[in-house]
Design a protein around this ligand. Structure first.
Ligand code: F6R
Length: 242
């Protein structure tokens, strides 16, 4: 495990974007596993900026996103497909056919999850997986207690996640109750894992996940066992591990 300390959110974003950029320069047809959420937005902005300056080319890159709400059409403005397009894909030269997000509008969960694992397999596996971390240690939608051996699967969202997400929807009833997510097994198979974390609110979970026992109760803790795991955090997020 390698820990890289950044000054603040902007510095964290630049350092992580540099690692992703190096991956794409070293392997132009790299397979990038990507994440949504608020933490990676600065990374995407930085990569767009370097793309506009001609420093990075995504024309041969394949992306495989971590997760998607089940039951939400991809054009819905809260889908992760929509998030990734508006925050990143629409602003770079990636080919639409090289973009992969779990198919939230497929109600057949077995088919949707198998199809996604096949996509990962057929792409030759993930070269670099970008992750954020939830306050309870979740990665993707793998909440505390999730089995480490699961590949892509369907999860029931916890009451607290539904409660937290309702601000983005017209009403609580409109919040999807399930999601398709890459499992811990799929994440651990990525050749390189890069996690970004910022803010005081994440300091305690960072300490638990990376300086505490490896346990399904803190899903991210399994990353201690990954052979090529890098954590880029700002000073606040890393403040409890000094
Ligand atoms: C995003 C994802 C989530 C987030 C996590 C942290 O695709 O799977 O696990 O990475 O909830 O979210 P933020 O970055 O908003 O704190």
């Amino acid at each position: 495990m390698k820990i890289i300390k950044a000054k603040d959110y902007k510095d964290m974003s630049r350092k992580a974007a540099n690692i992703i950029s190096a991956q794409v320069i070293m392997k132009p047809n790299a397979v990038l596993g990507l994440a949504t959420g608020s933490t990676p937005i600065g990374i995407y902005e930085q990569l767009i900026d370097w793309f506009n300056k001609g420093d990075i080319d995504f024309s041969e890159v394949t992306t495989i996103n971590l997760d998607e709400y089940r039951g939400l059409d991809k054009e819905h403005n809260q889908s992760y497909w929509y998030f990734m397009h508006t925050n990143f894909f629409d602003k770079i030269n990636i080919k639409e056919e090289n973009i992969n997000v779990p198919n939230g509008s497929n109600p057949d969960e077995k088919e949707a999850c198998e199809e996604y694992e096949n996509i990962i397999h057929n792409a030759g596996g993930i070269d670099l997986q970008l992750l954020g971390i939830g306050n309870d240690g979740h990665i993707g939608f793998n909440e505390p207690g999730a089995a480490f051996e699961l590949a892509t699967h369907c999860v029931d969202l916890t009451e607290s996640t539904i409660e937290a997400n309702k601000r983005f929807f017209l009403s609580k009833e409109d919040v999807p109750k399930q999601a398709y997510t890459m499992g811990i097994k799929s994440i651990m198979q990525a050749r390189k894992v890069l996690m970004v974390v910022n803010g005081k609110g994440k300091a305690n979970i960072v300490k638990q996940a990376f300086f505490g026992p490896v346990t399904p109760e803190v899903p991210a803790s399994i990353l201690q066992m990954h052979p090529d795991f890098t954590l880029v955090g700002d000073e606040e997020a890393l403040s409890e591990i000094d």
